[in-house]
Design a protein around this ligand. Structure first.
Ligand code: ADP
Length: 636
């Protein structure tokens, strides 16, 4: 029996972490071992190329084999790669490589919470992850070109032994004695072919060497099941290749049909519906990567909830290193699904390090650009599809502008679409191209639906002029336009805004005079509606309707509606103005009541205000009082 050696201090700590891991994704151990096997074969291949070894090595002979023996609780992963000498076993498995993830762990070892889960979950830490599922690990390896084989064995922190062993050919066999089930953990499943297949497909599908496993099938015994003979079954063992080996994103576009892309999307991202769009690209230069991106047709059920997590799968040379890398997508493109595969990233890199990785940032920028370009193309070439996309995910893009206080405007504004008084939807550019010669502003009106907006009294004047109006029906629309301020110098203007820039000087002066002549009436009404409106005044914009509500200041009535529907948003109040149409008979009536019956004039003020609120789609403060007053007047 050979002597037991101690692990180096750092290895011991990592090992302890693995053995006691409560991490839920213990399954990644298989990915780690398979990656090591694949690397070992790569190394052999390159060695034979550069050495001109007599013993030619061909890639097609290389394979990874998985065997599972349920009774012995043994899972074996073998490769015919470069193998390890006794010294290499000692150096490689007795000491943890100074991989990025471990360096990170060292920095953070005082903070238990950031340790375990993040590192193991996102990146794994190589060979030692086997100890998450195994109580004993045995490695038998024979280095290429050597005639001796050695065995490394360990049951964990106590240390390891290295002794001579028997093995016919070069390569490495790793045997895991799988832990017994506990109340919380079902370790048995790592021995079932079903689970193993699933894990290989999930994490290692694109390893370029075949990963083979003998799988038992039942087949109909020859001569049975026909001519009235009862069917009999017999067992048959078939060596199955579990991985598909060539990543779809590494294939050339010409080899692939839409169906291939769609099928891959559905399998990989668990969607029932074909995606709306796929973007397949290979980029070389400052960042070298392949990307396969998808825009789903429907938003995931949790898309607008907190639990939704954006991100792309991240691969390093065909091996998945992260299931959801959020840093690859800006929030406003969080709907994009897909993956990125880059040779520039190392396999064992921690999430925290990745965040600061320059390469990753370059890739993220480049992805953002390509998503935007594809969306622009779609907008131009397949309008129907684009509008469908925008209906589903447009809100997210508008939030992108709003939340950045407009700094993303240049990148995003040409992706925006709004409903319009012209019918259908329009881009801002199209709107501007249709603007009349004497039109200064880009007009908009807000409301919960197109039909509601169309009936808004405030739209009368703008419409009369024959100017187009953007219909803002999405909560975030007005906030977004406010942040954008203008398009190439053309300001956005609400139809409820103070100065629409439409009235002639004459008209303005006329109304101004009328206003001044009746100032005491307006003061009286303003006082009557104290706390509700900031002012009551004559309207320049109303043509047929009696009253409407507009606002002064940055917060519009529509914005108040949105904010007050949000938690803690009750305090947000627009500075409302009640506007009265000077040409409507109600104004004449108000004037005469103000002279003859002030109480009644006060009631009128209340009713008109409530009506204006109703038109605006706002709740009235005292619906019962309002209705009783109306009935009173009806009964007169
Ligand atoms: P990493 O793969 O990040 O270097 P690991 O802990 O997974 O870290 O492995 C440590 C080292 O052990 C590897 O770098 C490699 O040299 C060696 N090794 C692991 N598995 C094998 C294998 N199947 N064949 C040959 N060498 C291996």
């Amino acid at each position: 029996m050979s002597e037991t050696k101690e692990f180096k201090a750092e290895s011991k700590r990592l090992l302890e972490m693995m053995i006691n891991s409560i991490y839920t994704h213990k399954e990644i151990f298989l990915r780690e071992l398979i990656s090591n096997a694949s690397d070992a074969m790569d190394k052999l291949y390159f060695k034979s190329m550069s050495d001109n070894s007599a013993e030619a090595v061909t890639r097609s002979d290389m394979e990874i084999k998985i065997e599972s023996d349920k009774d012995a609780r043994r899972l074996t992963i073998s490769d015919n790669g470069i193998g390890m000498t006794a010294e290499e076993l000692e150096n490689n498995l007795g000491t943890i490589a100074q991989s990025g993830s471990f360096a990170f762990k060292k920095e953070n070892e005082n903070n238990e919470k950031t340790g375990d889960v993040d590192i193991i979950g996102q990146f794994g830490v190589g060979f030692y992850s086997a100890f998450m599922v195994a109580k004993r690990v045995t490695v038998i390896s024979k280095a290429f070109g050597s005639d001796k084989a050695f065995m490394w064995q360990s049951e964990g922190v106590d240390g390891y032994t290295i002794s001579e062993a028997e093995k016919d050919s070069h390569g490495t066999v790793i045997s895991l004695e799988i832990k017994d089930n506990t109340e919380e953990e079902n370790y048995d499943e790592f021995l079932t072919p079903y689970k193993i297949k699933e894990l290989v497909r999930k994490y290692s599908d694109y390893i370029r060497y075949p990963i083979k496993m003998d799988v038992e099938h039942e087949r109909l015994k020859e001569g049975t099941g026909v001519d009235g003979v009862d069917p009999e079954y017999e067992k048959e063992v078939v060596a199955e290749t579990l991985n598909s080996m060539i990543p779809i994103w590494k294939k050339s576009k010409s080899e692939l049909k839409d169906e291939d892309y769609n099928q891959f999307y559905k399998d990989k991202f668990y969607d029932y519906t074909d995606p709306l769009l796929h973007i397949h690209s290979r980029t070389e230069g400052t960042a070298t990567y392949s990307a396969l991106l998808y825009i789903p047709e429907k938003a995931p059920y949790d898309y607008y909830s907190k639990s939704f997590e954006k991100g792309l799968q991240l691969y390093s040379s065909g091996v998945m290193i992260m299931e959801k890398c959020g840093d690859l997508l800006p929030d406003y493109f969080s709907f994009v699904k897909g993956l990125v595969d880059s040779e520039d990233l190392s396999l064992n890199i921690s999430r925290e390090m990745l965040q600061h990785d320059r390469q990753l940032k370059v890739i993220a920028k480049s992805i953002e650009k390509s998503v935007k370009n594809e969306l622009k193309k779609l907008q131009k070439n397949d309008r129907e599809k684009y509008e469908k996309f925008f209906e589903t995910f447009g809100t997210q893009i508008k939030y992108g502008i709003y939340e950045s206080y407009g700094t993303n405007k240049a990148e995003l504004q040409d992706l925006l679409m709004f409903k319009t008084s012209n019918g259908g939807m329009t881009t801002l550019e199209e709107y501007v191209s249709r603007m009349k010669e004497d039109q200064q502003f880009i007009y908009f009106a807000s409301g919960s639906s197109v039909s509601r907006i169309e009936s808004l009294p405030q739209t009368e004047l703008v419409r009369d002029k024959g100017f187009e109006i953007l219909y803002l029906t999405d909560h975030v629309d007005e906030f977004c336009l406010q942040m954008m301020h203008d398009l190439d110098g053309k300001e956005y203007k609400s139809v409820s805004a103070d100065d629409l820039g439409l009235e002639s000087e004459e008209e303005k002066q006329e109304i101004q005079k009328e206003q001044e002549d009746n100032q005491s009436l307006f003061d009286f009404m303003t006082e009557k509606l104290a706390g509700k409106v900031k002012a009551v005044k004559l309207s320049q914009r109303l043509k047929n309707h009696p009253v409407c509500i507009t606002s002064e200041g940055a917060l519009s009535v529509e914005m108040e509606k949105v904010l007050s529907a949000m938690p803690n948003g009750e305090g947000a109040k627009a500075q409302k103005v009640l506007e009265i149409n000077p040409n409507h008979p109600i104004f004449a009536k108000l004037k005469s009541l103000y002279e003859s019956d002030k109480d009644k004039a006060g009631d009128y003020a209340d009713i008109l205000y409530s009506q204006a609120l109703l038109i605006e789609g706002m709740p009235i403060e005292d619906p019962v009082g309002f209705s009783n007053k109306i009935c009173e007047f009806l009964a007169e």
